[in-house]
Design a protein around this ligand. Sequence first.
Ligand code: EAX
Length: 322
Amino acid sequence: MKTTQLAFAVAALCLSAAAGAQTVMKISYSTSITSHYGVGSTAFCDEVEKGTQGRYKCQQFPNAALGGEREMIEAVQLGTQDLANVSTGALGNFVPEVKIVDIPFLFRDYAHARKVMDGEFGQDLLKKMTAKGIVGLAWTENGFRHMTNSKRAINQASDANGLKMRTMENKVHMEGYKTFGILPTPMAWPEVFTALQQGTVDGQENPIPVILSAKLSQVQKHLSLTNHVYSPAVLIVAPNIWNKLNDADKKVFSEAAKKGAAAQRKKVNDDEANGIAELKKDGMQVVEQVNGESFRKAVAPAYAQYAKEFGADKIAAIQNVK
Ligand code: EAX
């Protein structure tokens, strides 16, 4: 064999080895590819593909195509799914330390929430996931949650009294919402649109980007900007993928997750700024100035319970981040 022929043969071998070494990872999330979760996941996946020269790439499953968030987390834990971008709604059932972040009115605003999640507290919380067979890469974001319903305008807490509302499968939320007089009905996200359409529940609560992308304006007349709880989200990866990565690739994944988080948060900002006008155009009646004090007052008894469960000092430590 001539040297050039040999060189070609070697090159061909290398190429096929490289092609063979490509790992296509399944990533799923609850909302559409153009939503905040889609924007964040796409930014993450693009960076991973670029940073690993195509050795790792994603196949995306938007719209909960592989199941609700509880199933996504379970699948990542089992390694039957590689990645997920999920809210903390169901995560506390897997990693109990996460539950504290779901306390209503814990965070003042986006700046506060992001600072806590990106700071020492949030980064420690990511590490706690490892013991439960989940690798947390970065806190992305779902957003501050607001109430929608088909019955009446909610101006203050007493207006929510008696409404049957779908909640996430999250005891911390349910405990808090009961103090508003809401009848919480836990349900996986993929069932929510139909439940609202058929009147199985009167309402639900979610951030603007979710209300927008799921077109809830088609089945809900009233929206109140209650901001009653911040809903963090997280990019998680299966240990069987993570443990295979060398240090350089781990760094690529971690940096990519930070870029994904930034892109996702930017989309949340954009939707908060522009989405309400869009929802009004779609026929929703929006209460923008909600009596927040009435909700905070109502939830006080639940805080006694939260203090017992999580420690008043831990709650205060989060609230005191300036
Ligand atoms: O994470 O289930 C929910 O209400 C979540 O906010 C939604 O699936 C996005």
